[in-house]
Design a protein around this ligand. Structure first.
Ligand SMILES: Nc1ncnc2c1ncn2[C@@H]1O[C@H](COP(=O)(O)OP(=O)(O)O)[C@@H](O)[C@H]1O
Ligand SMILES: [Mg+2]
Length: 428
């Protein structure tokens, strides 16, 4: 009677058809690998993947599954897809999106998609897009965006440097309810154990030992190529944030949760292309001290530096914003971006309205009105400076701010329990 729920398969196999229960439980990846191991040795190499039950996906499941499908297709297994919903199509679970062929999409909407990167240029473009998009849709505490940017750079670069393949897969996703974002990187290369075995210094005895070594400071397969800071730094940053880190490579898995680590062995593997999965989740409502995490090292924030004028203030040229000054969505995006810039830099910010003839009232409300209620009138005045506003824009902003302040005042007085602070963490 007492059946252990972990033994109920999450992929139901009916002949050549595989019915996926979900794409959110990482156990699915292991089950999929076990099934593929049988198929490789059987005469019928056709598989039907049925996604009729899939309502949502997490990166740590969909990224490896998509990477495995793409690579097993090249090794003679034919996949057919049933019930590939619009959502799964957009995600590109069937054929991960190539960065070079989808540059515009990458720059506009990089999250919730499975990307295949093939070069350092692809990595650069993707990381800029991830950071931009995150800073537009959520408000991150100090150090979060910088810590993320540093970490994802290291993990993606590791694929090109160490995996023995020239490509990998990545996806990011925001969970506004729990204030987390999750990223997963997968490659179909030699894996961390094999890579460290090639080193003259480190000789891990098992794949699990290799993972414990790889996250240590200074451990690299070759001092001429690396310094051994990447996985150590990622581990430190996740740990500073009490986030979650999973590294699965060869037959082992390393898990860090609540600042306690565990390793598992006997993770199912394919006979080739075992690769490496690095999956991490960051609580963006929780500050990360980068210099504490990285032992005093503070990465230079080139993006912030490029926004600074001669006197060290941040200057935002609203006219150059692609989303424009006409919509509520654009106002919300720019507001989130400004709050993130302020949290990262604690610097004064000038909003330059030069060359803007008119703004919509909803844009003004979403940007200025809500910034005033977020920081308070006094706080807003201390942080922000509005410049080069023509008289029409001035009167539109004036009206929006007055209304917003009135509303927030009334809301606070009449219904204390009814929060009037803008819902800044909700993606539009
Ligand atoms: N995707 C990967 N595939 C294979 N080996 C990897 C991968 N990522 C990391 N490694 C191994 O882990 C070691 C430590 O990585 P890291 O801490 O980033 O240091 P570095 O890149 O400076 O060597 C690497 O030297 C390499 O042996
Ligand atoms: Mg590295």
């Amino acid at each position: 009677m007492k059946k252990n729920p972990t033994h109920i398969p999450l992929i139901t196999q009916e002949g050549q058809e595989l019915i996926f229960d979900n794409l959110t439980n990482p156990r699915i990846v292991s089950e999929f690998i076990n099934i593929l191991n049988q198929i490789i040795n059987s005469p019928n190499k056709n598989l039907i993947l049925n996604f009729k039950n899939v309502k949502a996906t997490f990166p740590n499941v969909s990224v490896p599954i998509a990477g495995i499908i793409e690579n097993m297709s090249l090794r003679g297994i034919n996949f057919e897809f049933y019930y590939l919903t619009e959502y799964l199509k957009k995600l590109s679970v069937k054929t991960p999106l190539r960065v070079q062929e989808n540059k515009e999409l990458a720059q506009k909407a990089s999250l919730d998609k499975i990307w295949r990167f093939d070069s350092a240029d692809d990595i650069y473009l993707l990381i800029n897009s991830f950071v931009d998009e995150l800073s537009h849709i959520i408000v991150c505490e100090k150090g979060v965006l910088e810590g993320f940017e540093w970490s994802i750079n290291e993990v993606l670069d590791n694929v090109l440097q160490h995996s023995s393949r020239s490509f990998g897969y990545v996806m990011g996703q925001v969970h506004p309810k729990t204030k987390h974002f999750a990223f997963c990187v997968y490659d179909t290369g030699q894996g961390i154990y094999n890579s460290l075995l090639s080193s003259l210094v480190h000789k891990p005895k098992t794949p699990a030992e290799a993972l414990k070594l790889a996250v240590k400071e200074g451990v690299t397969r070759d001092k001429k190529i690396g310094q051994g800071n990447g996985l150590w730094g990622l581990h430190q940053i996740v740990s500073e944030n009490t986030g979650i880190l999973n590294i699965t490579s060869n037959s082992a898995c390393y898990n860090l949760t609540n600042n306690e680590f565990k390793t598992f062995d006997r993770v199912p593997q394919l006979p080739y292309d075992n690769g490496c999965i690095v999956d991490f989740q960051i609580d963006y409502g929780k500050e990360i001290s980068i210099s504490k995490a990285l032992g005093g090292y503070e990465p230079v924030n080139l993006k912030l530096e490029s926004l600074e004028d001669n006197s060290g203030n941040i200057n935002i040229d609203l006219h150059s914003k692609e989303s424009g000054v006409g919509t509520r969505t654009s106002g919300e995006k720019i507001r989130n971006e400004l709050i993130n810039i302020y949290k990262q830099s604690s610097k004064n910010i000038s909003l330059d309205f030069a060359n803007i003839n008119i703004v919509s009232s909803s844009f003004a409300d979403e940007l200025i009105g809500k910034l005033v209620t977020e920081f308070g009138f006094y706080g807003f005045n201390n942080i922000f400076k509005l410049k080069n506003m023509n008289s029409i824009v001035q009167s539109i902003v004036q009206r929006s701010v007055a209304q917003r302040m009135m509303e927030s005042y009334n809301g606070n007085v009449e219904e204390k329990s009814n929060e009037t602070t803008p819902d800044i963490e909700k993606p539009s």
